[in-house]
Structure formats: structure tokens, C-alpha cells
Design a protein around this ligand. Structure first.
Ligand SMILES: [Mg+2]
Length: 279
């Protein structure tokens, strides 16, 4: 039982996806059972990955065996970036560097304009090259565009077509050359920064202190949620394996567990009957 919270269970749950629900194209053991056990608990999925749209992610989850979630239950850093920019400046103009998911999310709220963009937005995936760097740097340094990054991850895990593990540059690495060349600090949208959590919590209609965040990364998932006083659960099925030390300066999660099955057992001990006993 976390000492930071009352004896009542959380009323809603947010889950990271990669490293929590799946690796590559394969559902992790116990993930389907865990999500099924959440059927009566308001929940949503949050990802720093801006590459795929919520609709694409929902279809992908279904292919892995999960009940297809409503796309509204899936919150990506690209979507939150687009919504936040539209609140800063309705009908904004942007220059985006990243995969299609980012361009699509931004196009729903703003207009692409490499001549006089209000924002230079950097996400993950292909797109960064000398030309895009040159355009972005000049928009920032000469025209005062603001530098925005969908997420701060330095690197992200992926698998190649043969299922082999790969490390790819994350949003934090991709935005770095723009930040260095212009001497500006980017606005970061994804975890551990609060904007993405606030968007997810708003959709669920709950306050942060009422919600449990489940993630595989102490430095992003857990750190950001703890800062908002959410309940936190680390599952060591992603970047951090069982027994790995936490990165320096990271808060311990309320529950630190090997996998979702163990977490379910611990949640059941803390709040009997809330999710049902682990199968
Ligand atoms: Mg993850």
C-alpha cells in the first residue's frame, strides 16, 4: 500500500504501452488479462511515441489479441502536442520534423508552413536531415519560431523485421541539434512533463491523485506521475529488468513489480476485490 495515498483504491488507471503491454508486435505475458481486468475501471493508454495515430495503435492492439480500445482512450504525444499548440495559438503554422503520425496530428489543428511557421515541432521517426535542420534553425533564429519536442526520450526501443532488438534515437536526441544550433530550450510535451498526463486525466475526468500510472520507465512514466501525486506502479518488463537499479534521482514507485501479474496480485492485496484476484 503506498503511504502517499489513502486506503481507497485509485478510481482510474493510465498505462504506458511499449514495455508494459507489448514488445514490438507481441503482447507481453499477462497484459491481456490485466487489461481485461480493467474493464470496469476507467482507463486510458498514454505513449510518448508520436509515430502512429490512436486509430492505428488501436488496430495494432487488436491484432495482438487485445480488445480493440476506442481511439479516444489512446493518447499520443503527437496529439497532445497538436492540441496544446492550438491552445497557444489557434490556426497555428508549423514546420514539423518526424514521422507521418506527427504531421497528421498537427494538420488536424494547424497549417504546415516552412516559410513562416510559429512552431518548429520535432518528433520521432525519419525526417531529420541537413535540409530540415537548416529550415528549422532559420525559422527559430531569424523568425522567432518556438522549438517544440513531442517527447524527451533520448533513445527508444524497437525491433527489426526479424524481431531483433534495436535502439532508435528518441525525441530528445532528435531535437538536440535544433536546440544546440539556436541556443533555445525546447518545450517538451511527453512524459515526464505534465501536459500529456493532464490531457489523459481530463479525458478520464479524474484528478491526478485519484489515478494510477503504470509504466516501465522510472525516469519518464513514474517520475512524471509522481510529480503530479498520482499513484505509481513500475513494471520491469521493458527498459528496466527485475533487479536493475533505478536511475539516480528517480522516485521509487508505489509498487515496483516484475510484471503485470505480480502488480495485479499486489493491487489485490492493497485493495481486495478492486481488480479481482490474479488469474
Ligand atoms: Mg514504455
Amino acid at each position: 500500500m503506498p503511504t502517499s495515498h489513502e486506503t481507497s483504491p485509485p478510481v482510474a488507471v493510465l498505462m504506458d504501452m511499449d514495455g508494459v503491454l507489448y514488445h514490438g508486435d507481441r503482447a507481453l505475458p499477462h497484459a491481456l488479462d490485466f487489461v481485461n481486468a480493467l474493464a470496469d475501471v476507467p482507463h486510458a493508454f498514454v505513449t510518448n511515441n508520436p509515430i502512429r495515430s490512436p486509430t492505428e495503435i488501436a488496430a495494432r492492439l487488436e491484432k495482438m489479441g487485445f480488445t480493440r480500445p476506442e481511439p479516444r482512450r489512446i493518447i499520443t504525444s503527437a496529439e497532445v502536442t497538436a492540441e496544446w499548440l492550438s491552445r497557444q495559438k489557434p490556426d497555428f503554422r508549423y514546420f514539423a520534423v518526424g514521422a507521418r503520425g506527427l504531421h497528421d496530428a498537427l494538420a488536424a489543428f494547424g497549417t504546415a508552413d516552412s516559410e513562416r511557421a510559429d512552431f518548429v515541432v520535432v518528433g520521432e521517426g525519419a525526417g531529420l536531415d541537413f535540409g530540415s535542420l537548416k529550415t528549422g534553425i532559420n525559422l527559430i533564429s531569424k523568425l522567432g519560431a518556438r522549438l517544440i519536442a513531442t517527447n524527451p526520450d533520448e533513445s527508444v526501443d524497437a525491433t527489426d523485421e526479424n524481431g531483433r532488438h534495436l535502439i532508435l534515437p528518441g525525441g530528445g536526441a532528435l531535437v538536440a541539434p535544433f536546440a544546440v544550433a539556436t541556443g533555445t530550450t525546447p518545450v517538451f510535451i511527453g512524459k515526464p512533463y505534465p501536459l500529456i498526463y493532464h490531457e489523459a486525466l481530463t479525458r478520464l475526468g479524474v484528478a491526478p491523485e485519484q489515478c494510477l500510472m503504470i509504466g516501465d520507465r522510472p525516469d519518464t512514466d513514474i517520475q512524471g506521475a509522481a510529480a503530479l501525486k498520482m499513484y505509481t506502479a513500475l513494471v520491469r518488463t521493458g527498459r528496466f529488468a527485475d533487479g536493475d537499479p533505478l536511475p539516480e534521482g528517480c522516485d521509487a514507485a508505489d509498487w515496483d513489480t516484475a510484471n503485470l501479474q505480480q502488480l495485479r496480485g499486489e493491487l489485490d492485496r492493497s485493495y481486495p476485490g478492486w481488480l479481482g484476484a490474479a488469474g
